[in-house]
Design a protein around this ligand. Structure first.
Ligand SMILES: C[S@@+](CC[C@H](N)C(=O)[O-])C[C@H]1O[C@@H](n2cnc3c(N)ncnc32)[C@H](O)[C@@H]1O
Length: 489
């Protein structure tokens, strides 16, 4: 190809920067507008994989290209992937006053939860029409390098079609979880905490079926929860730390809550997705504290989730404030850690009356009796205690939007002038939704009538509507967002 001067090259690069930038941002329609109305886009015409899948490699017309781009954007969003296109070495040729032919290498990089990875390396050939700087792509051919790479063994269709492993791994998740819950229920980890056992010994001791125990232990071994040697099975470090009753980091209450309350609700996900309704209508906290086992399991679960956040919140700039109230603060785990780090603060938890005994016990266990006060009440029926800072941690996502507004209005009343409200939840990044946050939102869907995770922008608008002035957001924990909003002095 011939080149016709550096300025044309610069203008072409500007064109591609804009065109690929639009699709990287998810603007499928706008990107399609950079193609001529009668454009054609041909992808991997020689690809055995596309032939095998019966997929058409050709998209015709701007509307057809827009649909194809929109599908790609949707798939990316569903997979929680950020995509970037990098245009490499470019050659070009002006074939007449209105037409330029280009050829360039294109690298496509996807960044997901596991970090960045090269998705494809291609050669692109374009025919552009129009005058300098105002081009439209009339024809584009994209050839992925693997379609040009020499075939190895097997038929082309067999070597390029994806295996079913990814689907099967997801489908077997429920069985893996059940292996863990059954082992907990049968006391397998507690038994092995006393020393290694063979499958036959465990079966004998607990009156279980020998062949079934052999398979259960083998599955726990394959899952990395048990180790195996000549003496039989012993606990792997994670099981030793988290799955033995009575150990400080025991997750039994949390797992019992998952198994006994949350997962049964997940069986109704299909219906909830149809209707938008939780599996059990009404307030999820009605009756939750009636049984000590359910209450303690729930509180254990909350503390597993809030403990890593508490350390971070304790580092908040508390020196400007004299008091805080943790609304829906459960048995006071988070409030206790802030109070411990800042003994001068007047620290308070506001929660349902049924949690007062659990709160007293937890404070005594932490050696912090008297460091945090407890106000019993219903945050929809009662006013919130006045304080410089009101905290809503994992609270707003339990409720429908109109009830979130009620709580934020009450917080505005309770916060002193110059004070703040702090909100943390696993909020949703709409452009790059993360799997744990989306699963948390589905938890709310099935368990908590009208609850869901939500984008920061949505909360920001609600906070402004409630009267708060400045609003800032930051990350908290692995997947959480902390939003702080100030009330004018
Ligand atoms: C999901 S938990 C969050 C606990 C804690 N803030 C955390 O981050 O782990 C929600 C809390 O809100 C409390 N709660 C629910 N309904 C309430 C109500 N009407 N009034 C006061 N507290 C309520 C629950 O008892 C529970 O402790």
């Amino acid at each position: 190809m011939t080149t016709t001067g550096p300025e044309l090259g610069l203008l072409l690069r500007e064109f591609y920067t804009r065109q690929y930038g639009l699709i990287d941002r998810g603007a499928a329609e706008e990107c399609a507008a950079t193609f001529a109305a009668d454009a054609t886009l041909v992808r991997n015409a020689g690809s055995a994989r596309m032939r095998a899948a019966g997929a058409s490699p050709v998209h015709r017309g701007r509307a057809g290209i827009a649909r194809a781009l929109a599908r790609t954007v949707r798939r990316r969003a569903d997979a929680g992937v950020v995509r970037r296109h990098f245009v490499g070495p470019l050659t070009y040729e002006r074939t007449d006053a209105d037409t330029v032919r280009t050829r360039y290498y294109l690298l496509v990089v996807d960044t997901g939860a596991d970090g960045p990875g090269l998705r494809s390396s291609c050669v692109v050939r374009d025919v552009l029409t129009g005058s300098d700087g105002r081009w439209l792509t009339r024809h584009r051919t994209i050839d992925h390098d693997e379609t040009a790479a020499p075939a190895t063994k097997g038929s082309p269709a067999m070597t390029s079609s994806p295996g079913p492993e990814a689907v099967l791994r997801i489908a077997s998740g429920v069985r893996q979880a059940q292996v863990l819950f059954t082992a907990l229920e049968l006391g397998v980890f507690d038994a092995l905490a006393e020393g290694p056992l063979s499958a036959a010994e465990l079966a004998d001791r607990h009156g279980l079926h020998p062949r079934a125990v052999r398979d259960l232990l083998a599955a726990l071994h394959a899952l990395g929860l048990l180790e195996r040697d000549f003496d039989g099975y012993r606990l792997a470090p994670a099981a030793d730390t988290y799955l033995v009753r009575g150990r400080p980091a025991h997750l039994g209450g949390f797992l019992a809550f998952l198994d006994g309350v949350l997962h049964p609700a997940w069986r109704g996900l299909t219906e909830s997705v149809r209707t938008g309704q939780a599996v059990r209508a009404g307030d999820p906290y009605d009756g939750l504290y009636d049984s000590a086992a359910d209450r303690d399991g729930f509180l254990d679960a909350m503390d597993v989730l809030n403990s890593p956040l508490a350390a971070q919140l304790a580092e908040y700039d508390w020196h400007r404030y004299r008091s805080f109230v943790d609304v829906g603060g459960a048995r006071g785990n988070l409030a206790a850690q802030i109070a411990k780090a800042h003994p001068g603060l007047d620290a308070r938890v506001f929660d349902l009356p049924g949690l007062r005994p659990a709160f007293d016990r937890h404070m005594a266990a932490l050696g912090l009796t008297g460091a945090v006060s407890f106000t019993a009440g219903d945050f929809f029926a009662d006013p919130l205690p006045a304080a410089d800072v009101v905290i809503f941690g994992h609270v707003l996502h339990n409720w429908p939007e109109e009830r979130r507004d009620v709580l934020l209005a009450k917080a505005y009343e309770a916060v002193s002038p110059g004070g703040s409200v702090l909100v943390y939840d696993p909020m949703i990044d709409e452009h790059r939704p993360q799997l744990p946050n989306v699963l948390a939102s589905l938890n709310m869907l099935v368990w908590s009538e009208g609850g869901s995770e939500y984008p920061v922008g949505d909360l920001r608008a609600r906070l402004f509507a409630a009267g708060f002035a400045t609003v800032t957001a930051s990350r908290i924990g692995a997947t959480g967002t902390l939003v702080a909003a100030r009330k004018a002095a």
